[in-house]
Design a binder for this molecule. Structure first.
Ligand SMILES: [Zn+2]
Length: 170
């Protein structure tokens, strides 16, 4: 289960609920984790000004992902969430136990470098990209169905109108 807590000033969750819910549902089905995880959206103005500021963080002790959303595109936010969710998967699997995730871990610790590699390929590329493509296909299909329904309605109206004209002409 992925629980979203929105503490961002713009209410990033409430204004994008449909897409974010679709993404958390997709990730819950697609990723292998057996403990619930909390995702918190937060603002951090100072951090946002720093080009290499922290965009997100996973805390293996309280099973919580924090995502800094200030000035970011939703797609980038979801990609970040996807990446951190892989760290949650790794934690549930017992792969993060007691490891240092302070600055430098991705270079110094071989095991953690592997974890980071997995989070990038599985999170940023596989999970997110697959979700995005699936979602677009779904929305496209729904819009096709909507167009078909509209055409059907238009035809009914046209036929009614034609009959009306025929009756007047008689
Ligand atoms: Zn990472």
């Amino acid at each position: 289960m992925i629980k979203v807590t929105d503490n961002s000033k713009d209410g990033i969750y409430s204004s994008n609920m449909e897409l974010i819910d679709n993404f958390t549902d997709y990730s819950s089905k697609n990723l292998d984790f057996n403990k619930p995880v909390e995702v918190e959206f937060l603002d951090d103005e100072d951090n946002a000004k720093n080009p290499l500021g922290t965009t997100a963080h996973y805390n293996p002790d309280n099973l919580k992902i924090t995502i800094y959303v200030t000035g970011r595109h939703l797609k980038d936010i979801l990609r970040s969430m996807s990446h951190e969710l892989i760290h949650h998967v790794q934690n549930c699997r017992g792969d993060l136990g007691g490891r240092d995730t302070e600055l430098g871990y991705a270079q110094d610790d071989k095991h953690m470098r592997g974890m980071e590699h997995e989070a990038y390929t599985m999170g940023n590329i596989m999970n997110f990209r697959d979700f995005e493509d699936n979602y677009k296909k779904k929305v496209f299909k729904e819009s096709l169905a909507f167009d078909n329904l509209n055409n059907y309605r238009k035809n009914i109206l046209n036929n009614k109108f034609k009959k009306l004209v025929e009756n007047i002409e008689r």
